[in-house]
Design a protein around this ligand. Structure first.
Ligand SMILES: [Zn+2]
Length: 254
């Protein structure tokens, strides 16, 4: 269990650059604070562990060349607006205050997470049931569905999923207001991960070809590929019973 984090003082929201461009691999930022041995930057390229997707890896390098590996990233506030980047124990936070730093993303790992995360969106299309949980990894991923009986085989779902990937559909995002989301509650497929509220707006991710009914449309703060073709072939590796009402469906890159 990670140590509990003390209440966060007033910091401005971290600009989440990975939401502007998930393909960006390097970004300059300024250290604007330190909280519980975690650096707070004015903007971050690193995705913090959230919604079943693990933290990005990479390095943060000071303007004098000192660097440390990044791996423990988390939102420090319930509204998920401020990102903490954990410093190694050996580093004195005072040495990092107000520094300009360069963030370098381990993009090879991130890109696998982008592909798998995008594949899981399509899994929720292939299996149009309420989602109760999920997890994204670099080699595989899973969704838990709220259904009493599976009623489908691994082969059937694999075929459906690869057909969706083969639609070569763009994946795009746009923002709607909290009020617009409230007026369309059907957009929320995932019961376990509610879209973060309080910022007044919610990010909608759409998968679909222009002029056609979207294949998928749901609130999501994660990182995605630009087109379903980038996902590549995947296979359903396991369908498992998880409690009375749940089926856990696991997929992997083929
Ligand atoms: Zn997503």
């Amino acid at each position: 269990m990670p140590a509990a984090i003390a209440p966060i003082p007033d910091f401005p929201a971290t600009h989440l650059a990975f939401r502007d461009d998930a393909y960006e691999t390097s970004l300059t930022a300024r250290v604007i604070g330190v909280h519980e041995h975690m650096l707070i930057l004015d903007q971050t390229i690193f995705y913090p562990s959230s919604g079943g997707q693990p933290s990005d890896f990479g390095t943060i390098t000071r303007d004098d060349g000192v660097s440390f590996p990044v791996g423990d990233l988390r939102y420090l506030d319930p509204a998920k607006t401020i990102v903490g980047h954990r410093l190694p124990e050996s580093e004195d936070p005072a040495d990092w205050a107000n520094r300009v730093v360069t963030q370098t993303l381990d993009f090879e790992r991130r890109y696998k997470l982008m592909r798998m995360h995008s594949a899981l969106h399509l899994l929720s299309v292939a299996l149009p049931f309420a989602v109760t949980g999920g997890s994204v990894g670099t080699e595989d991923g899973r969704l838990d569905f709220d259904i009493p009986e599976a009623g489908f085989t691994k082969e059937e779902v694999t075929e459906k999923l690869n057909a969706l990937i083969g639609r070569n559909a763009p994946i795009t995002e746009r923002w709607i207001t909290d009020a617009e989301l409230d007026a369309n509650p059907g957009l929320v497929k995932t019961m376990s991960v509610k879209p973060p509220r309080g910022a007044g707006r919610v990010r909608l991710v759409e998968i679909g070809n222009p002029g056609e009914e979207p294949l998928d449309l749901q609130p999501c703060g994660g990182t995605h590929v630009r087109n379903t073709r980038e996902i590549g072939r995947v296979a359903v590796t396991n369908i498992e019973k998880k409690g009375k009402q749940n089926r856990r469906v696991r997929i992997a890159f083929a």
